[in-house]
Design a protein. Structure first.
Length: 258
């Protein structure tokens, strides 16, 4: 395992322990509203602080971009860690056991390492650029589906900006009639990890942030999948939209999303 990936895994596990304890004691949660249908708890904040602390022990000069703490410039701008300490906070609050820790490392603007950790199921998805993707130490590969009709796809709804739903619904309707079925589970990081593992054949979503998708994007690429924006361009990290899956599945989705 790459040394920096190893540190990311350790940080994800520390955060996972905090999250599991919080999940078992949800009656004590302190919930704050960040925006429309957008929540944060003290567990999100504690987990992010723990991740940053763990990484800084080994790499104190690195920079950080966290969902809760924002951007922090370190002495080295070549290395930036992108962190979502708890992707799926609404699921967490509601007692739905589907959420994850997402940690990615950018090196000179390219995603170099990625970890998505599901602390409830104990599933650790990891990837290093050029070295493939793994689930709990075993190699994973994305689906090779060649036609939307045989796919199970994942997506997200524009719950933070419901005015966008009319446009979303038009595209959803077209995709739904072409594919096998659609899932909406509430964690972009896990949606992408599941694409990497071949559990979902494809995924698309708009209104996402870099910390939602950075690690998952690398997982998909390293498992043999393709990742684009809605126009089919190859670098979606800061576009606020993403499409992932096999080449044929992504082509089929982009046709409806453009």
């Amino acid at each position: 395992m790459h040394p920096m990936l190893n540190i990311a895994v350790r940080a994800a596990r520390v955060a996972g322990s905090i999250i599991v304890r919080g999940f078992e004691n949800r009656d004590d949660l302190v919930k704050q509203v960040k925006g429309a249908n957008d929540y944060v708890t003290q567990i999100d904040k504690e987990a992010e602080m723990a991740i940053i602390h763990k990484i800084k022990q080994s790499y104190p000069e690195h920079s950080f971009l966290g969902e809760e703490s924002g951007e922090t410039a370190g002495e080295s701008t070549e290395f930036q860690w992108i962190i979502d300490p708890l992707d799926g906070t609404t699921n967490f609050i509601k007692g739905i056991p589907h959420f994850a820790v997402s940690i990615a490392l950018l090196h000179k603007g390219r995603i170099d390492q990625g970890v998505v950790f599901d602390p409830i199921r104990g599933e650790l998805f990891t990837a290093s650029r050029g070295q493939g993707a793994q689930l709990n130490g075993y190699r994973i590969r994305a689906s090779k589906a060649r036609d939307l009709s045989e796919t199970v796809l994942a997506t997200g709804l524009p719950f933070k900006n419901k005015a966008q739903y009319a446009d979303y619904a038009i595209r959803l309707n077209k995709i739904f009639h072409d594919c096998g079925d659609i899932r909406r589970a509430g964690s972009a990081a896990l949606d992408l990890a599941y694409v990497a593992a071949g559990r979902h054949d494809g995924y698309w979503e708009r209104g996402i942030k870099p910390w939602d998708i950075a690690a998952g994007e690398l997982l998909v690429r390293e498992s043999g999948g393709l990742v684009t924006d809605f126009s089919g361009n190859n670098d979606p990290l800061y576009k606020g939209e993403i499409v992932a899956g096999s080449v044929k599945v992504v082509q089929g989705l982009v046709k409806h999303l453009k």
